[in-house]
Design a protein around this ligand. Structure first.
Ligand code: NAD
Length: 494
C-alpha cells in the first residue's frame, strides 16, 4: 500500500500532523494507499511557497517561457495519459476509456492556454484629454487556490491550472479526498518537466483542508468546482475576505427533444447525456423534456436502452457504466430514487427486466422516471447519478418555460431539425452552455460555466484567463506642464 505525499515548494512530504486518509477503489473495494490529511498548517506552508514563487520570479518569467513549460507539461500528460487514466479509474471508478480521454483533453487545455501566455495584451485607450497617454496592463492576480471535485480530477484541474499558469499566477491545488491520486501524479510531472519549486503546490485532505485554503486571506483568488452548498459557503467566506471567487457548481440540465428531431439521434444523445459517467457529471442532462407527439415512443425506447446498459469493471472496454465513485454518493442516489418512486412519477426501469448488478462495486441501476412534475424534487434537485427525469411538453413556449424553471443554469440541449428553432431556443435558454443536436461536447477553446446556482465565472476559452488576471490602468501626462485635474474638470477621480 503506497503512502502518497503532498507537494509543497517542490518537495514531497506527509501532512504536518502525520494524519492520513485512505484512497479506495470503488469497484474492488481495495485500499489503494493513503493520502496526507492536511490541515491549516500545511495549507499555510503551501500558500507561503506559492507566494514566494510568485514574488520570486514566476510573475515576471517571460510569457514565452511559461508557454514552453505548459507545452512540455502537455507533452508529458499525453505521454502518461494511459497511466494517469488508470490511476484515476482505480480512484473514482470512472470508465478507463473516459479517464484516458480526459487526460488527453486536459493536455489540449494546457496547449491552448500556452498559446496565450505571451499574448496577454493590454489596450491603449484614446482619451478625450489631449496630451494624455492611457493604457492597460493585464497582470496575474497572484496566488490562486484551486479546489476540485472527485468526478473528473484531471479535467477539472486543467480548466483552472492551465489559465492560471499561463496568466502568471502560482497555485495551491486541493483535489477531492475521494480522488486525489491523479492530481498527485500530475504534481510529479510538473516537477519533472521543470516548473520552478512553489509554482504548483498540491495539498490533500477533506473539508478542513478546503476551508483553510479557500478561507485564507493570503490567497488572491479562489476557483472552486463542487457542490452548491460548499460553493455557497466558500463564496460567503471569500466575500468577507474580499477575495474573488469562481464557482463551477451543479446542474439539473434540460435536454429538449422537439417533435421535428431526428429521434434516433436524440435518443442516443439523451442516453449519453444522463448515463455517461453514471450521471456523475455536473452537465448531466438529467431533465429530458420531450414533445407530446414523440414522447411515448422516445420514453419507451429510452427505458429499454437504459436497462441494457452494461455495468461492470470500469477497466473493461466492454463496460458502459462503472460503479458510483464513493459510498455516500451511492446512498444519496438510492435515496433520491426511493423518494422519486413515492412522488407519483412512473419508474419505467422497474417495468424492464432487471439486469444483474456486478457482484462487487458500488453500482446503481440506470433509472428512468416518466411523468415527472417539473416542480418535484426529481426535477429540481441534482442527483449526480444515473437517474433520468422525463417531462412532457406541448409546444416550444412551454419547453422554454419548463427548461428555465430551475434554480440551476449550467448546460442544456436542443434536438431539432428546424434551424430557426434551434437558434431561437438557444437564445432563450438560461444556461452557460447550449448544445444543438449534440450533448456533452466540449473544447478547450469554448468557454464553460454556469448561471444562477450553477455558479459564476468561466473556465476554458479565452474568458478563463480573466479569472486569473487583473487590469491595471496607467495614465501618463505627456505634456510639458502639470495638469491639475481640479482646475480642468472641477472634479478629481473618485
Ligand atoms: P463537494 O462540494 O463535496 O467537494 C468539492 C471539493 O471541495 C472537494 O475537494 C472537497 O474536499 C472540498 N470541500 C468540501 N467542503 C469544503 C469546505 N467547507 N470548504 C472548502 N472546500 C471544501 O463536491 P463533490 O461531492 O466533490 O462534487 C460533486 C459536485 O461537484 C456536484 O454538485 C457537481 O455538480 C459538482 N461539479 C461541478 C462541475 C462544474 O464544472 N460545474 C464539474 C464537476 C462537478
Amino acid at each position: 500500500m503506497r503512502e502518497h505525499l503532498v507537494h509543497i515548494d517542490g518537495e514531497r512530504r506527509p501532512s504536518a500532523s502525520g494524519r492520513t486518509l485512505e484512497a479506495t477503489d470503488p469497484y474492488t473495494g481495495e485500499v489503494l494507499g493513503t493520502i496526507p490529511d492536511c490541515d491549516a498548517a500545511d495549507v499555510a506552508d503551501a500558500i507561503a511557497a506559492a507566494r514566494a514563487a510568485f514574488d520570486g520570479g514566476w510573475r515576471t518569467t517571460p510569457g514565452i517561457e511559461r508557454a514552453r513549460l505548459l507545452h512540455v507539461l502537455a507533452d508529458a500528460i499525453d505521454a502518461h495519459a494511459e497511466e494517469i487514466g488508470a490511476i484515476e479509474t482505480r480512484d473514482n471508478g470512472k470508465l478507463l476509456t473516459e479517464t484516458v480521454g480526459q487526460a488527453r483533453f486536459a493536455a489540449r487545455n494546457y496547449r491552448f492556454f500556452a498559446g496565450y501566455a505571451d499574448k496577454l495584451y493590454g489596450r491603449t485607450i484614446p482619451l478625450d484629454r489631449p496630451g494624455m497617454l492611457d493604457y492597460t496592463l493585464r497582470e496575474p492576480v497572484g496566488v490562486a487556490a484551486l479546489i476540485t471535485a472527485w468526478n473528473s480530477p484531471m479535467q477539472l484541474l486543467a480548466n483552472k491550472l492551465a489559465p492560471a499558469l499561463a496568466a502568471g499566477c502560482t497555485v495551491v491545488v486541493k483535489p477531492s479526498e475521494h480522488a486525489s491520486l491523479s492530481t498527485l501524479r500530475l504534481a510529479e510531472l510538473v516537477d519533472e518537466v521543470g516548473f520552478p519549486p512553489g509554482v504548483v503546490n498540491v495539498v490533500t485532505g477533506a473539508a478542513e483542508c478546503g476551508r483553510a485554503l479557500s478561507g485564507s486571506t493570503a490567497v488572491d483568488t479562489v476557483s472552486f468546482t463542487g457542490s452548491v452548498g460548499t460553493g455557497a459557503a466558500i463564496a460567503q467566506t471569500c466575500a468577507a475576505n474580499h477575495v474573488p471567487v469562481t464557482l463551477e457548481l451543479g446542474g439539473k440540465s434540460p435536454n429538449i427533444v422537439f417533435e421535428d428531431a431526428d429521434v434516433d439521434r436524440a435518443l442516443a444523445g439523451a442516453l449519453a447525456g444522463i448515463f455517461s459517467a453514471g450521471g456523475q457529471t455536473c452537465i448531466a442532462g438529467s431533465r429530458i423534456l420531450v414533445q407530446d407527439s414523440v414522447h411515448d415512443e422516445l420514453v419507451e425506447r429510452l427505458a429499454r436502452r437504459a436497462s441494457r446498459i452494461r455495468l461492470g469493471d470500469p477497466r473493461d472496454p466492454g463496460t458502459q457504466m462503472g460503479p458510483v465513485a464513493n459510498e455516500p454518493q451511492r446512498d444519496r442516489i438510492l435515496g433520491a430514487i426511493e423518494a422519486g418512486r413515492s412522488s407519483g412519477a412512473r419508474d419505467l426501469s422497474a417495468e424492464q427486466p432487471a439486469a444483474d448488478l456486478p457482484d462487487k462495486g458500488l453500482f446503481v441501476r440506470p433509472t428512468v422516471f416518466a411523468d415527472v412534475d417539473n416542480s418535484s424534487p426529481l426535477a429540481r434537485e441534482e442527483i449526480f447519478g444515473p437517474v433520468a427525469s422525463v417531462i412532457r411538453f406541448r409546444d416550444e413556449a412551454e419547453a422554454i418555460a419548463l427548461a428555465n424553471d430551475s434554480e440551476f443554469g449550467l448546460a442544456s440541449g436542443i434536438w431539432t431539425t428546424d434551424l430557426s428553432r434551434a437558434h431561437r431556443v438557444a437564445a432563450r435558454l438560461v444556461a452557460g452552455t447550449v448544445w444543438v443536436n449534440t450533448y456533452r461536447a466540449s473544447a478547450a477553446q469554448a468557454p464553460f460555466g454556469g448561471v444562477r446556482r450553477s455558479g459564476h465565472g468561466r473556465e476554458r476559452g479565452e474568458e478563463a484567463l480573466d479569472e486569473y488576471l487583473r487590469v491595471k490602468n496607467v495614465m501618463v501626462d505627456l505634456s510639458a506642464d502639470y495638469h491639475d485635474s481640479f482646475e480642468e474638470t472641477g472634479a478629481g477621480d473618485e
